[in-house]
Design a protein around this ligand. Structure first.
Ligand SMILES: *Cc1c(COP(=O)(O)O)cnc(C)c1O
Length: 362
């Protein structure tokens, strides 16, 4: 038998979340963002769960072939474009669409033309300052791309640096400023894809005819302070394990490597089969919760490679073999991430290959 840790993907929740985001997207087409193996949930599962999305958006070139192999027949978008011109024939052959984000990309297309029908989206920089042309360059970039034999310009796209409610304040790189940066383009209704999850949820004023939603589809609120429940989305991954052993220790005795936790009272310490080699962050602060037998138990001591320890003193019904939820329905992965000074996506993407995955219809 494998170690008792496992990640359960809730196919029903993925489908439900797609429906919820679909409502918010209104008439706009919906790209389901499935980069990084669907934020750690598995691309193949995402292909099945998101069959009603209009397209899948990815980063890795090879995910084009994987998605097609898994049966995806609709649109595919490379969010960061192609990395080497050698990839262009495969992109075309699989009828995928690519972003073009800089002059170098245009030059490569000119060099490798003609194409049969290469579909490109022009990436505009609205303030993130990673990829994209300045808004005022859009017209000339479009003209240049359109003049390349076999290239079809599908539209423009931008990715907001900030779109959560706290950024609706008017200052630098606020929602307002990013929209101002876009100038005329901000009002474009056709062939324009602006909104990520946060903008789809909180910025109904964002125009365009397409959205790209990622984290919300996995049941995580883009703003940790706003519970996912209130957005009508459900956590799609439960990371769970079991208690392998229980130690009864005396006041003054310590637990684990470097003896970082010392008991103040007679304590029952549970050893949980989940460590940093499973992808759980070693930096998760002591006192962070796991969920056992209907209660929260605090993590005590340093998290090790294969196990962590939790204080079960106040949960007498917990026993060897009790199920432990690391995150899922009772422990929001976003709350856990906040404790560790990171975001939920990092935890979801970090689940290690040695953790078995399974799925249910919940
Ligand atoms: C990851 C990504 C998204 C999805 O963002 P979420 O906040 O997860 O909804 C959209 N667009 C681009 C370009 C991305 O890289």
């Amino acid at each position: 038998m494998p170690r008792p840790i496992k990640a359960t993907i809730h196919m029903g929740s993925l489908r439900h979340n797609l429906q919820s985001m679909r409502k918010l997207a209104g008439k706009r087409m919906l790209w389901a963002v499935v980069k990084a193996d669907a934020y750690g949930h598995g691309l193949e599962r995402a292909v099945r769960a998101f069959e009603e999305a209009d397209g899948l958006a990815i980063i890795d070139i090879f995910d084009i072939e994987r998605a097609r192999r898994f049966g995806w027949k609709k649109r595919l978008l490379l969010l960061q474009g192609f990395f080497k011109p050698q990839d262009l024939p495969m992109i075309e052959a699989n009828d995928a669409e690519t972003v073009v984000h800089n002059e170098e990309g245009i030059r490569l297309l000119q060099q490798f033309a003609p194409f049969k029908n290469l579909k490109v989206h022009i990436k505009i920089n609205s303030g993130m300052n990673r990829f994209g042309f300045r808004p005022e360059e859009e017209a000339s970039v479009r003209a240049t791309l359109s003049s390349i034999a076999g290239v079809t310009v599908m539209g423009i796209t931008t990715h907001f640096a900030n779109a959560c409610p706290e950024w609706d304040y008017g200052g630098p790189v606020s929602v307002k400023e990013q929209m101002q940066n876009l100038g005329e383009l901000a009002r474009r209704q056709t062939g324009a894809c602006f909104a990520n999850s946060a903008a789809t949820i909180w910025l109904p004023q964002v125009a365009g005819d397409a959205v790209r939603v990622g984290i919300s589809l996995y049941g995580v609120s883009p703003e940790p302070a706003i519970a996912s429940r209130t957005l009508n989305i459900k956590p799609a991954m439960t990371l769970s394990s079991e208690i392998l052993a229980i130690q009864n220790i005396r006041p003054g005795e310590s637990v684990g490597y470097c003896s970082r936790f010392t008991a103040q009272r007679p304590s029952r310490i549970g050893v949980v089969a989940c460590g940093f080699a499973d992808g759980y962050l070693r930096g998760m602060p002591q006192g962070s919760p796991v969920y056992v037998e209907g209660h929260m138990a605090p993590i005590v001591g340093n998290i090790a490679m294969d196990v962590m320890m939790v204080d079960l003193t106040d949960i007498p019904q917990a026993h060897v073999g009790s199920t432990v939820e690391l995150w899922g329905e009772h422990i929001a992965v976003a709350d856990l991430a906040t404790r560790a000074g990171t975001i939920a996506a990092e935890l979801l993407c970090a689940v290690a290959p040695r953790v078995p995955f399974c799925e249910d219809e919940n």
